[in-house]
Design a protein around this ligand. Sequence first.
Ligand SMILES: NC(=O)c1ccc[n+]([C@@H]2O[C@H](COP(=O)([O-])OP(=O)(O)OC[C@H]3O[C@@H](n4cnc5c(N)ncnc54)[C@H](O)[C@@H]3O)[C@@H](O)[C@H]2O)c1
Ligand SMILES: O=C(O)C[C@H](O)C(=O)O
Length: 327
Amino acid sequence: MKAPVRVAVTGAAGQIGYALLFRIASGEMLGKDQPVILQMLELPLDKAQAALRGVMMELEDCAFPLLAGMVGTDDPEVAFKDADYALLVGAMPRGPGMERKDLLLKNAEIFTVQGKALNKVASRNVKVLVVGNPANTNAYIAMKSAPDLPAKNFTAMLRLDHNRALSQLAIKANVAVADIKKLTVWGNHSPTMYPDYRFATVDGKSLKDTINDADWNANTFIPTVGKRGAAIIEARGLSSAASAANAAIDHMHDWALGSNGEWVTMGVPSDGSYGIPEGIIYGVPVITANGEYTRVEGLAIDDFSRVAMDKTLAELEEERSGVAHLL
Ligand SMILES: NC(=O)c1ccc[n+]([C@@H]2O[C@H](COP(=O)([O-])OP(=O)(O)OC[C@H]3O[C@@H](n4cnc5c(N)ncnc54)[C@H](O)[C@@H]3O)[C@@H](O)[C@H]2O)c1
Ligand SMILES: O=C(O)C[C@H](O)C(=O)O
């Protein structure tokens, strides 16, 4: 049996937390041979702490063989102590009629505090996934607040957008989701994101040629994927939770255990490639292996894509300016 690893989850009593923790404890994230110690953070409010105690009772009641320990706390330095993985979910969600960036100033402080706590107490190799919105800029804030940790260890969740794009494409082309390779979503987790299937293949054949519908791409596919979060809020009255937790599991699973040579999308600090200034947390195609991600380099960027990639970049730069005073 492997030694247990420490997995910190913030917002553990929230919607996404409830859809996430049981899957982590059952081994779906890090493997069926990897014991985990869950270190769960919630707000220092009676209601939040009581709800967290309830979640922990339910975790106990599952008798998961891989759950090697649990900590529930309102102190980030307890939650992140020696953490090998940190899923930063806890933040305010948007409601109907809001954009994710409307949450920026409300949620930003959470990520300065938590970045500092990670810097102080987490494993030096901690892998951080920011889910709380606006996810890219919150990941940027956490990264900048943790100068002693490697910047590459801070990532934002674009995987939900990647999975949404996969399903829309599978429906359109009448193919199986699992057969679509080489898809990506560039940029910000916001309506400006650019889901891009120019390189995608199905059974080695170009998906773009199979679909052959530029109008559908520009006027249906891209806006449908970009506005899917709002469509879920409109339908459910609450933001996505099970699909968000599922994407977080996919992101961390692939980062830890590898993507078997396949492309996945992660929001990662830019290295300056593709015309994205260094340090901006931007969705890009990566291949993961041995606990590391490697950007897919050298892809051709045509005029349509350049405009789309610059638009989502401009939004990220605007968000970064909006939080500069906190860093
Ligand atoms: N990146 C994505 O693809 C994606 C997808 C879905 C949701 N989200 C975002 O994830 C976040 C959580 O969504 P949810 O539906 O679970 O919300 P929720 O309101 O159900 O749960 C959030 C939980 O976080 C807790 N919390 C708030 N501040 C905290 C802090 N400083 N420390 C610890 N816990 C804290 C709250 O008490 C609450 O229990 C939101 O910001 C939402 O917009 C992102
Ligand atoms: O859209 C939201 O506010 C929640 C989440 O980011 C989503 O994409 O479902």
